[in-house]
Design a protein around this ligand. Structure first.
Ligand SMILES: Nc1nc2c(c(=O)[nH]1)N[C@H]1C(S)=C(S)[C@@H](COP(=O)(O)O)O[C@H]1N2
Ligand SMILES: [Mo]
Length: 153
């Protein structure tokens, strides 16, 4: 099924083409205010490396293991989000996306590095890495462009 809702994306039809060259993230807080986060700023946040990650891609096989480096969603939230939050919507420039719940934040990475070097834009920079995902890379969102914070109902 195809819809225009990035949180219900086309299933398993991986897009190889970056939607733009710009890796800036836009953080949208629960009060509607938004903050652009330039790529160098993201790289200065507390760093975590998750070794032995695989991208199990539909159609073109499994790649990895990779060691992805970036900031965990937990550490990112410590810096940028005040107050309680329930989940974030992680949206890419090509209209893909998923939700990540607060209890997954320590195990979720906003990745800007791979195997000791910077991820290329073509490789998905900035890429969401959810190692627990088992649905053929549906949550391994490339080219994250927006993070929308949602508070508990
Ligand atoms: N932005 C974006 N991220 C995406 C996709 C996409 O189409 N757009 N496809 C997903 C799916 S279904 C797959 S299988 C993988 C493919 O990842 P790869 O290009 O690194 O192999 O990316 C995931 N992340
Ligand atoms: Mo996929």
């Amino acid at each position: 099924m195809t819809t225009d809702d990035p949180l219900h994306p086309h299933s398993h039809d991986p897009n190889p083409e970056p939607p733009s060259d710009d890796p800036t993230l836009l953080l949208v807080l629960t009060d509607g205010r938004s903050h652009p986060i330039p790529f160098p700023t993201l790289q200065q946040l507390p760093e975590t490396t998750m070794p032995r990650c695989f991208i199990i891609s539909t159609g073109h096989g499994t790649s990895g293991p990779f060691a992805f480096t970036g900031v965990t969603l937990h550490d990112f939230a410590q810096v940028y989000i005040t107050g309680e939050w329930a989940h974030v919507e992680v949206i890419s420039g090509d209209g893909f996306g998923c939700r990540v719940w607060a209890n997954e934040a320590k195990e979720t990475l906003l990745a800007w590095g791979i195997d000791g070097r910077t991820l290329t834009r073509r490789e998905g920079c900035v890429r969401l890495i959810v190692p627990s995902e088992r649905d053929d890379a549906l949550r391994q969102v490339k080219w994250v462009s927006e993070i929308r914070v949602r508070s508990p109902e």
